[in-house]
Ligand binder design. Structure first.
Ligand code: COA
Length: 257
């Protein structure tokens, strides 16, 4: 199954389970993740949600490059909109969401992690927005949410270079709240979830909604523009070159100005 749900009393654990592709998101995986959040979002007993990836290597390695390499502007825009629905569903679900980042969180994987309310990481966690090296801008909210989280300068460095940020640096820049050994990450995340779950569900839910108000109208229009510009990138040759280079396991050469 692409997405697994486990309930530990009032904490629901959602696990992205596609280890053969390092939990990369194809459209089936994205739809299943949306469904999973809608399901736990309406489960009265669930007071906090933990989101993680299966295996010891990856939280999620981003959008499935093999699925999107040959998209055009129209299908690229649809794919980007689906990615936005994933991150918005996580962000807007009633209960707080803790991302337990157990390895690579790249591209859409990083964008999914930053749509959560809180991030905990294992020492092997690696965050990056490598999209510009694939000929596209980030397209699931990264250009809007990452600057809020780590500040505009650090976000610009991550997004424009695509460089990897390892767990210790992620902790230093506020991308994660704490680091736990890989074999203890899930339990630590559930423990944190339980310390939220003992509080008033009404007050927690309201506080979460109020914190989202800091995400103002300007950012919402930024997200809409990002979805459009992400799709437009599929009409530029750089996208095909960047993604074909990945599937061919070679270095990309970009020629568009
Ligand atoms: N889309 C599709 N397949 C992916 C993938 C992705 N985003 N990320 C990893 N995979 C697949 C690989 O193609 C490989 O499949 P294969 O065994 O059939 O060749 C498998 O997952 C294992 O990945 P591999 O690259 O062999 O592992 P690695 O340890 O050498 O490298 C990464 C791991 C995550 C650094 C590397 O896979 C990578 O850079 N992935 C792409 C990340 C990315 O750019 N994401 C943003 C997409 S917009």
């Amino acid at each position: 199954m692409a997405i697994e749900i486990e309930h530990r009393d009032c904490v629901s654990i959602v696990t992205m389970n596609r280890p053969e592709a390092l939990n990369a998101f194809n459209s089936g995986q994205m739809l299943a993740l949306i469904d999973a959040f809608r399901e736990v979002g309406t489960r009265i007993e669930t007071r906090c949600i933990v989101l993680t990836g299966t295996g010891e290597k990856a939280f999620a390695a981003g959008a499935d490059i093999r699925e999107i390499v040959n998209l055009d502007v129209q299908s690229g825009t649809s794919f980007g909109r689906l990615g936005h629905t994933v991150t918005r569903t996580i962000e807007e679900v009633r209960q707080p969401v803790i991302a337990a980042v157990n390895g690579y969180a790249l591209g859409g994987g990083c964008e999914v992690a930053i749509a959560a309310d809180i991030r905990l990481a294992s020492p092997n966690a690696v965050f990056a927005q490598p999209e510009v090296g694939l000929g596209i801008p980030p397209g699931w909210g990264g250009t809007q949410r990452l600057p809020r989280l780590v500040g505009p300068g650090m976000a610009a460095e991550m997004i424009l270079t695509g460089r990897r940020v390892h767990a210790e640096e992620a902790l230093r820049i506020g991308l994660v709240n704490a680091i736990h050994p890989l074999d203890q990450l899930l339990d630590a995340s559930v423990e944190l979830a339980n310390s939220i779950a003992v509080n008033s569900p009404y007050a927690v839910r309201t506080a979460k909604q109020l914190m989202r108000l800091a995400f103002n109208e300007q950012s919402i229009s930024g997200l809409q523009t990002e979805a459009e510009r992400f799709g437009a990138a599929f009409g530029v040759a750089d996208q095909h070159e960047g993604m074909t280079a990945f599937t061919d396991k070679r270095k990309a050469t970009f020629e568009n100005s």
